[in-house]
Design a protein around this ligand. Structure first.
Ligand code: AMP
Ligand code: ZN
Length: 113
């Protein structure tokens, strides 16, 4: 857990561009944006992936989606957006702390590659 990149970002040990924070959730801009607006939303507890969501920690996931709606309003993402969770190797997950990408301000292709 001490080695987790996103835990370090939440603690402020690694800098990030914060866009939203509350008791449960931290959100910051992605360092390698894939859309004109690209934020990463993480729970303030270490959950390694979607595989680890359970009845004890799922409140954090609910709070993330509440944050999505608030961020979308604050950022005026009225044309829409996409929320993405990559899980595991085939899902393309590269950081082992569950996170949700919030992508917007361009037309997003479907299905994704
Ligand atoms: P994933 O590939 O789904 O695990 O997403 C990890 C995301 O974290 C990628 O989009 C990276 O660009 C992003 N990322 C990695 N390191 C940082 C960082 N220090 N600050 C902001 N975003 C980061
Ligand atoms: Zn972590």
């Amino acid at each position: 857990m001490n080695d987790c990149l996103f835990c370090k970002i939440i603690k402020g040990d690694i800098p990030s561009t914060k866009i939203y924070e509350n008791e449960y959730v931290y959100a910051f801009l992605d360092i390698e944006p894939q859309a004109p607006f690209h934020a990463i939303i993480v729970p303030k507890t270490h959950i390694s992936s979607a595989d680890e969501i359970n009845a004890q920690n799922s409140i954090y996931i609910a709070k993330i989606f509440e944050a999505v709606a608030e961020i979308a309003k604050a950022e005026s993402l009225s044309d829409g957006y996409r929320v993405v969770n990559n899980c595991g190797k085939d899902g393309g997950q590269t950081v082992g702390h569950i996170h949700f990408h919030l992508l917007a301000r361009r037309n997003l292709a479907w299905p994704p590659g």
